[in-house]
Ligand binder design. Structure first.
Ligand SMILES: [Zn+2]
Length: 361
């Protein structure tokens, strides 16, 4: 009997074992999988369930955002946005670890000092840093806000992330973080699919849904990574009963964002939770492209969102909720964050204007 991915508990964290036991009992009692009812129980607000969740409430989850080199000039601001979103849930305590030599940090430079990382220097070209050594193992989940052309991390840092992940860590790739590190095979296994960086068929198949709703893995030769103009487009759920997507409308709208297309990569242990369809009239493909994904890497879990091009994209309630749930899931294997009343629908795009809280300053 195979325990579903989202019910697996991490080897470094036994506190969710009760849910697995409930799952096993439900099979014995009903003769069926019982998957849905088990994690619906996790979302229940009854006293009994709250007691099961109690340990997590007492100790906030520790999240680390790594950043510093990203072709998307919003990055100093988007790091603060993601940090604040996470902390507002009351579930997370968030630190930032930044490369000392930054790239494209000028547009949003007023946000640079607010991350609590000390002085950094913005360079014309991303530069490798031998002393870039975030202590991932001290965190429940690591979130990458690096992007296209980020300089390679030191080999020791790469190996440390691989060890952290294979032994049960959590990782989240946001938008252009899937452009980073095309030559680091294990990183590409973690993110499942990547874009640009001279990735080609040598790096793995294209993976997408066609217009008939079939999941396609296409190994044919070709370039990797494309997008049309930023615009509001529909996101369609492909897995509706995953903790991250449960309760979302089957189709919901982004705010203005890029619909990444023609991604390819190892795509091992990859599950596409939701796809996006470019409706700009200038779409690079006629496919439904992967938007929200989860990946199994050793005993570790990865959430990968291709959404989040600029601040107005990140203000999308669909981005915020899927990001928060994806981070919680990557950290714990479960989700407790409910769908908010202002979640977008197939007809209405919704956003929340970001206001920096004073306590960051
Ligand atoms: Zn972008």
């Amino acid at each position: 009997m195979k325990i579903p991915l989202f019910l697996k508990y991490k080897n470094n964290n036994m506190k969710f074992l009760p849910f697995v036991v409930i799952y096993l009992l439900s099979i014995n009692l009903s003769g069926q999988s019982g998957i849905k009812s088990v994690w619906l129980d996790e979302l229940d607000t009854s006293k009994e369930t709250q007691d099961l969740n109690e340990p997590k409430r007492k100790a906030p989850l520790k999240a680390l955002i790594v950043d510093g080199q990203n072709n998307h000039e919003v990055w100093p601001k988007s790091t603060l946005m993601m940090k604040q979103y996470l902390e507002e849930t009351g579930l997370f305590q968030v630190d930032v670890y930044r490369s000392k030599f930054t790239w494209k940090g000028d547009r949003e430079k007023k946000y640079l000092p607010l991350a609590g990382v000390g002085k950094t220097t913005d360079l014309e070209i991303p530069q490798h840093e031998p002393d870039f050594v975030p202590t991932c193992k001290s965190y429940d989940v690591v979130i990458s806000n690096f992007g296209w052309k980020a300089a390679n991390w030191p080999v020791n840092t790469q190996k440390a992330l691989e060890k952290y992940m294979s032994s049960g860590g959590g990782f989240v790739s946001v938008h252009a973080a899937d452009n980073s590190f095309p030559d680091w095979l294990e990183y590409n296994k973690m993110i499942g699919l990547g874009g640009w960086g001279d990735r080609t068929e040598k790096d793995g198949p294209y993976v997408y849904y066609n217009n008939e709703g079939e999941l396609i893995r296409d190994p044919s030769p070709g370039k990797c990574g494309a997008h049309g103009p930023s615009h509001i487009f529909p996101v369609t759920l492909r897995i509706k009963d995953h903790p991250i997507t449960h309760g979302m409308p089957e189709v919901w709208l982004t705010t203005k964002d890029e619909c990444y297309a023609q991604l390819r990569g190892p795509a091992e242990s990859l599950t596409i939770l939701a796809t996006g369809k470019d409706v700009s009239g200038k779409a690079p493909t006629d496919r439904h492209e992967p938007m929200l994904m989860v990946v199994d890497y050793g005993k570790g879990w990865i959430f990968h969102t291709t959404l989040g091009h600029d601040d107005y994209s990140i203000e999308n309630v669909g981005f915020i909720l899927s990001f928060l749930r994806g981070v919680e899931w990557a950290a714990t294997g479960m989700v407790t964050i409910p769908i908010p009343h202002d979640f977008p629908t197939a007809e209405n795009s919704t956003s929340r204007v970001f206001k920096l809280k004073i306590d960051h300053q």
